[in-house]
Design a protein around this ligand. Structure first.
Ligand code: ATP
Length: 355
């Protein structure tokens, strides 16, 4: 059974739609990451589920039951809002314990659970401090502890790691996954960072303009997106989107032509950076030129240009160690990685035929 069902949900503010006729099922005990650009509607959708706001139309069901009449407190959903606010006059301990006190949990049990959450989130030494004595990252971890301590089967984390440095985000992502496994709960998680989404997600929901572009297992959405918009929004570095035209089974693009089963028309070819292959020894390589390089450690993000078309790729750093801006960058397009989308509708209509 699905834990949560949004059925044709709509919400507007002053006649401006924030959520448009959204239908979506979330499986019980799944970890679903909502990813989309700012203002896509992620926070509004979460607030509707928590019960802080009511939809204008549509229904939200939990375990098959319409929750419209349940108050926010009755819904028993653990929630870490995007702009979390710790109570300034209370210690970190009291802040974290607050939802459990509200639920009437016994003091010894509160102590055990606050201690456990503080351990996982590495804030044990801070429990007696006041929020004003914490750094931004520490406050965020205290808010996560508070939001995930409640006795609940559904937890919502709205962009909980925004603004933290990369190392801390990485370790907190692992902690949150562990926490989810331990709690055996359904987790909904929002981020506008595509790398964070790919790292965290089992199920991914790509949102844009108040609607769901596409939802499904993260591997499928990354490797086989059905919509151009999700190919564009998901992935780091960004997907290469190359304009082309299909005529009688051949797609012509500025990066060359390739056979395809897609119907005739104007198309966009989506090519992930890993399918743009640095090939200095290959006579068939296209003579690109480096415009920018970003070293990520083991890999390097190379931005190159060929005949006015920008392409991004991720070769291993040691292969491009002696290249610099302006260097020649011969590359091949791995045809196994080309997906073709109708330029008008944005629907996937085929791929390159290779091999
Ligand atoms: N209380 C409100 N009053 C008016 N408009 C609102 C309100 N809350 C949200 N909106 C609008 O609804 C749209 C969706 O906002 P929402 O906060 O859900 O986006 P988001 O996907 O969470 O983005 P972000 O990643 O920036 O948090 C935006 O256009 C926003 O301005």
């Amino acid at each position: 059974m699905s834990a949560i069902l949004f059925e044709a949900v709509a919400k507007s503010y002053r006649a401006r739609p924030a959520i448009r006729d959204l239908t979506l099922e979330i499986a019980d005990q799944s970890l679903t990451v909502f990813c989309g650009p700012p203002a896509a509607g992620k926070s509004v959708l979460f607030r509707l589920l928590v019960g802080l706001e009511q939809p204008d139309r549509g229904r939200i069901l939990i375990d098959g039951r319409d929750i419209a009449a349940d108050s926010a407190a009755d819904r028993r959903i653990g929630y870490v809002p995007q702009s979390f606010a710790l109570f300034p006059h209370m210690s970190v301990y009291a802040n974290i314990a607050y939802p459990l006190r509200q639920q009437g949990v016994a003091a010894a049990e509160i102590d055990r659970r606050v201690g456990q959450a503080a351990e996982i989130l590495r804030i044990k030494p801070l429990l007696q401090k006041k929020p004003s004595q914490l750094s931004g990252g520490e406050k965020q971890r205290a808010a996560i502890a508070r939001g995930t301590l409640k006795d609940a089967r559904i937890f919502i984390l709205d962009d909980p790691l925004v603004g933290l440095d990369f190392k801390l985000r990485e370790s907190l992502m692992e902690d949150l996954k562990d926490m989810r496994a331990t709690l055996g709960a359904t987790f909904l998680y929002a981020t506008s960072d595509s790398l964070e989404a790919l790292t965290m997600a089992e199920q991914l929901v790509v949102m844009d303009q108040g609607g769901v572009v596409e939802a499904g297992p993260v591997e499928r959405l990354y490797h086989q997106p059905a919509m151009l918009r999700s190919a564009a929004l998901i992935g780091f570095p960004r997907c290469n989107l190359i304009q082309g035209e299909v005529t009688r089974g051949v797609c012509q693009t500025p990066l060359g032509g390739f056979a395809t089963g897609a119907p005739d028309g104007d198309v966009t070819a989506a090519i992930r950076p890993e399918h743009i292959v640095y090939a200095p020894q290959d006579v068939r390589a296209l003579p690109g030129r480096v415009t920018l390089m970003e070293n990520l450690g083991a890999e390097c993000v190379v931005y190159a240009e060929y005949e006015g078309v920008a392409v991004v790729s991720v070769p291993e750093s040691d292969r491009v160690a002696n290249l610099d801006v302006g260097s020649a960058y011969p590359f091949l397009v791995d045809q196994a990685g080309i997906a073709i989308f109708d330029r008008q509708s944005g629907h996937r209509i085929g791929e390159a035929q290779h091999g």
